[in-house]
Ligand binder design. Structure first.
Ligand SMILES: [Zn+2]
Length: 421
């Protein structure tokens, strides 16, 4: 019998130990699901630090690109300076060619008036010569022969021959002079044509130079635009680099804060578990929801209703439990207190996050018993019933939300009986 009793005792101890181990494991799992552990955050920080070092490499690359862009920009500036100088030279060329054209205009005018003058002289010469020939015909001495035949004596004949000779010489000189004039006129006309042709060439040159100037100015404008683009690109690159540095710094700060919070939370949890173990308490089974009050009277159900205070027809987002003033409010599940505060509608209220998108809310408290960041176990007292906020009397307003959607809390208590009033 003694041996049998001992065996039973050993079996009981084993069952108890296994039970404790199992629930401890469950707790550890539950803790893990609720919030990131310090180890997980440490991993994230390591990842972020890797990101930071690859960003640092990228930054070096970008800085090299920036140097390249700056060099490109320098080259563009040099190009622009050269282009401006070319434009200056072209403008001087145009001024020069314009001056040449003006000089040609003057020269052509001079040559033309000289030509006109000589042509007029020639005309006069021709007219006076024609007049004399005509006069000779009118006097009857139409030819040299007639003059010779009109001689009255031998001495008269000699005189007449002398006269004819003089007239002939005179006529020859006039004819020679007229021939010379004609040749001068031809020469002047040639020169005038050359001048006009040269002027046309100068005009063409001017047109080319003006075209060149237009092209050069266009190029200069393009270079200016290029410079502007390069400056914008440069500024954008700098901004990008600076923004990335700032982003990484912020992310690391945030993660470090989360890490510190997780360490604190885990330390608190460890102490709590140690305290529970020291007090010989068993661990709570966290699989089901725990009713947050001693009271099972429902004064207002979940669903559409006319609000008792505002008179507005809208969704009643939870249930109202008719608990008495100052009675304890219990956590429906283990989790992290993500809000402990007050507002106009809910009065003093607490929100607990249980992981996997599930949260519970407890409103109209007379007093809150937990703070944000606390980790609470299912059944822990988190506050006391009151009538703070939009409330017409002491009651507990209790909500369950899953992934942002209000659920009917009653559906989470299939085995509990309620009294509806
Ligand atoms: Zn309510």
């Amino acid at each position: 019998m003694k041996t049998a009793k001992r065996i039973v005792a050993i079996i009981l101890i084993i069952i108890l130990v296994l039970g404790i181990v199992a629930s401890t494991f469950g707790m550890l799992f539950a803790t893990k699901a609720d919030a990131a552990t310090s180890a997980e955050i440490k991993n994230q920080i390591t990842n972020l630090e890797n990101t930071a070092s690859s960003l640092a490499k990228r930054k070096v690359e970008l800085e090299q690109e920036l140097v390249a862009i700056a060099a490109e920009q320098g080259a563009t500036v040099e190009k622009k300076v050269l282009m401006d100088q070319q434009i200056d030279v072209t403008r001087q060329e145009i001024a020069n060619t314009t001056e040449v054209l003006q000089q040609y205009t003057l020269l052509i005018a001079n040559q033309q008036s000289e030509l006109d003058r000589v042509i007029e002289q020639e005309q006069q010469q021709l007219e006076s010569f024609s007049d004399r020939i005509r006069a000779m015909e009118e006097n009857g001495s139409t030819s040299y022969i007639a003059i010779v035949l009109g001689a009255s004596s031998f001495s008269d004949l000699l005189t007449r021959i002398d006269m004819i000779s003089e007239i002939a010489q005179y006529d020859n000189r006039i004819i020679e002079r007229m021939a010379q004039m004609r040749s001068d006129i031809t020469l002047m006309q040639d020169q005038l044509e050359i001048s006009k042709s040269e002027q046309r060439q100068a005009q063409q040159l001017l047109e080319q130079q003006e075209e060149t100037l237009v092209q050069q100015v266009d190029q200069a404008v393009l270079l200016l635009k290029e410079l502007e683009n390069q400056e914008e690109e440069f500024a954008a690159m700098l901004e990008y680099v600076e923004q990335q540095e700032a982003d990484v710094a912020n992310a690391i700060d945030r993660k470090i804060a989360e890490y510190d919070a997780a360490v604190t939370r885990e330390e608190e949890e460890r102490r709590r578990l140690e305290a529970l173990a020291a007090a010989g308490k068993d661990y709570v089974d966290d699989s089901d929801f725990y009713w947050p009050s001693y009271c099972n009277i429902i004064t207002s159900v979940y669903g559409m209703r006319t609000h008792p205070v505002t008179g507005v027809y809208k969704l009643h987002t939870g249930v109202d439990i008719g608990s008495s003033y100052g009675s304890k409010i219990y956590a429906a599940k283990s989790g992290s207190v993500i809000t402990s505060g007050s507002n106009y509608a809910y009065g003093e209220y607490v929100v607990i996050y249980h992981g996997n998108g599930v949260s519970t809310l407890y409103a109209h408290m007379s007093e809150r018993a937990v703070s944000e960041g606390d980790y609470v176990l299912k059944g822990d007292v988190i506050g006391y019933v009151g009538s703070s906020g939009y409330s017409t009397g002491a009651h507990l307003h209790f909500e369950i939300r899953v992934n942002g959607t209000y659920m009917n809390p009653i559906s989470y208590y299939p085995n509990k009986s309620f009294v509806y009033v």
